[in-house]
Design a protein around this ligand. Sequence first.
Ligand SMILES: NC(=O)c1ccc[n+]([C@@H]2O[C@H](COP(=O)([O-])OP(=O)(O)OC[C@H]3O[C@@H](n4cnc5c(N)ncnc54)[C@H](OP(=O)(O)O)[C@@H]3O)[C@@H](O)[C@H]2O)c1
Length: 229
Amino acid sequence: MSKNIVIIGASRGIGKELVQLFANNEGNHIIALSRNVEAMSEFDHLKNVTYKAFDLSSSTVLEDLTQILSEIKSVDILINNAGKLVNKPFLELTKADIESCYQTNAIGVMLSTQVVVPKMLNKGGHIVNISTMGAFQGSVKFPGLSAYSTSKAGLVSFTELFAEEFKETKIKMNCLCLGAVQTEMLEEAFPGFQAPLSAKSMALYIHDFALNGHKYMNGKILPVSLSTP
Ligand SMILES: NC(=O)c1ccc[n+]([C@@H]2O[C@H](COP(=O)([O-])OP(=O)(O)OC[C@H]3O[C@@H](n4cnc5c(N)ncnc54)[C@H](OP(=O)(O)O)[C@@H]3O)[C@@H](O)[C@H]2O)c1
């Protein structure tokens, strides 16, 4: 069945692969959002992809996304995939470092969700939040990631709280806590580290989960990792 799918964080890495996978179904309409529009021109040959500039860290997230989605009557899937990673010792973190992580990874996601939810209420929908193993309680932790991982932990908590608040509706929200995936983000943060999964293989899992996971679960936090216990 054809679907309207919003992917935030679509210009590279896992998000870019997700856009391409969803676009394989010609009935789907994918709305791909990121700051770097030029990078998304790679989607030009995909007739069912609309891409737009969108910045989760802007002070006008609500207005911007409302405008972007003004012509879209309903949304079936929202994938909150964007992420901002700062790798810095805790005592060296600036207020701006912490704010930028929280704005992109938590606040921007919650505001974007506020815009999309009214477009899901009639038909129902699945919201998939992409978090990290670093935000999964009891997992191995790495130094330098306190701004990033605590902001992504906000997404974990948000998932449980949203699912409770919307349990009488047909909207489901789940959260995937990813382990290491070989992407530009990982290469920038941990040069030379070799992840066990490619962006494409992780995207294949998320694509399937976004289409089917909500039939079986709601408000769930799932570790998706080969590399961290
Ligand atoms: N790779 C890993 O090992 C790993 C592990 C655990 C969790 N994750 C999570 O998985 C998700 C995808 O990661 P990735 O490795 O594919 O990262 P990536 O290569 O850095 O891609 C991140 C995407 O988020 C977008 N983005 C960043 N800041 C944004 C903002 N302010 N507004 C809108 N879009 C923004 C980027 O596009 P623009 O720069 O064009 O805006 C880009 O498309 C992230 O949430 C990440 O935290 C990744």
